[in-house]
Ligand binder design. Sequence first.
Ligand code: PMV
Length: 323
Amino acid sequence: MRAIAVAHPNVALIKYWGKRARAGNLPATGSLSLVMGGLATETRVQFDPGRRGDHVLLDGREDADTSARVTACLDQLRQEAGVSYGALVESHNDFPTGAGLASSASGFAALVTAAAGALGLRLAPQRLVEIARLGSGSAPRSLLGGVVLLTNRQDTTVCEQVAAPADWPLEIVVAVTTSGPKATSSREGMAQSEQTSPFYDDWVTTHATDLDAGLGAVRAREFEALAEIAEHNCLKMHAVMMTTRPPLLYWTPATLACLHRIRELRSAGVPVFFTIDAGPQVKAICLPGAAGDVAAALGAVPGVLRILRSPLGEGARLRGHAD
Ligand code: PMV
C-alpha cells in the first residue's frame, strides 16, 4: 500500500485570488496556467493498517498547517477505499518551498496521485480534481500537463488541457529573488483580501473577460495578446494584494527590476512577458528560442539569486508502485 508520484508546479497566466466558498475550497474565479516541467515534487505515500493518524514530512520537516490539509485530502481517499489506516507521507521539492513557486500545487497533485495509487483506487479524474482542490486551489491544474484551464461550475471546478507541451512549446525562466518561505500563506492572504481590499470586488467581476482573452490568445497561439492580458491580470491581482490590510507586498527591489528588464526586452523585440504569484519570484514566459537571452538578462539583474529554466511539463503521474 505504497506509491510514489511526481508532479510539477504550475504558474497561472490568468490567476485566481479569493474563494467563493470556504467549504470545498472553491475559487472565486477560473484560471489558466502553464505546468513547469523543469521543477518537480516527488511524494511517497505509505498506508499502514497499524498506524493511527498521518505523519507528513515536507522536505524532511513537519508542518501543522500542511499536515491538516494533507489529512483532509487523505480522508476523502480513505473514504473512497473504505479504509481508515494512517499514512506516512514524504514529499520532496527540487526547488524552493512555499516561496511563490507553487509548491502547494505540485505537492497536492502528487499527494492525491500517490495516495490513490497506494490504495489501488481507479477514480474518475474529476474526483481527483475535487480532492486535490481541498489541499490547494491551484493543485488541480497540476494534475494535467501543458496549458490548463480551470473553470468554475455550480458547486465544483473542472480542469481541461488547452494545449499539450508539444502544441506550443513555451519556456519559463524563473528569477529567484529570495529562497525563504513567504510570511503569509495564500489561503490567509486571500481571506484578508476578500475582507479588506477595496479592489477585490472589481477583481472578481472583471476576471471572466481576462480569462476569455487569455484562453483565446492561447488557442490562436497569439503571444503578444497573451503577454498583454497576462501582465494586466498579474498586476491587477497584485493591486488587490497591495491594498489588502495589512498589505501583502510580496515584491522585492529585484522583483521590480526584473519586471522593468522584461518590458525592455519585449520592447526590443524579444518575445517574453512576466508574471508573479504570491511571492517575490518573477516568471518570464518565452517563445521557443528566447529563453537563453532572457535567462542571461535576468541573471544579471542585481538581487537575482538564481535562474531556473523550465519547459512545459506533463501532468501528475505515478512513479513507482509496490504492494
Ligand atoms: O493554490 P493556492 O491556494 O496556493 O493559491 C495560488 C494563488 C496564486 O498562485 C497567487 C495564483 C494562482 O492562480 O496560482
